[in-house]
Design a protein around this ligand. Structure first.
Ligand SMILES: [Zn+2]
Length: 92
């Protein structure tokens, strides 16, 4: 058996106090909105969604918010003719 140890800095989530997201994940989320200009208007919402811990993500209110955000981002992508792959397409 191989045991790998890693020290990862985690940010404490402001909503529930759980340690969950690494600063690097937040950085990556920010990069998405910088690279995809059409998502710039949703920057705050994307960041907020990224910052939820797994427990908070499962709350109905957050699932609804995430669905709305995904629908909005999909619309933006469709406007530019760049529809994100849906699950069916990804699986071929
Ligand atoms: Zn939480």
């Amino acid at each position: 058996m191989v045991v790998v140890k890693a020290d990862i800095k985690l940010l404490r989530r402001s909503q529930c106090g759980a340690f969950f997201v690494s600063p690097r994940q937040i950085e990556n989320a920010s990069r998405i909105t910088v690279n995809a200009k059409e998502y710039a208007g949703s920057r705050a919402e994307i960041k907020q969604a990224m910052e939820l811990c797994l427990n908070c993500r499962m709350k109905i209110v957050n699932i609804r918010k995430a669905k709305l955000l995904l629908a909005k981002l999909t619309d933006k992508a469709l406007e530019r003719g760049q529809a994100p792959l849906n699950r069916g397409e990804a699986l071929g």
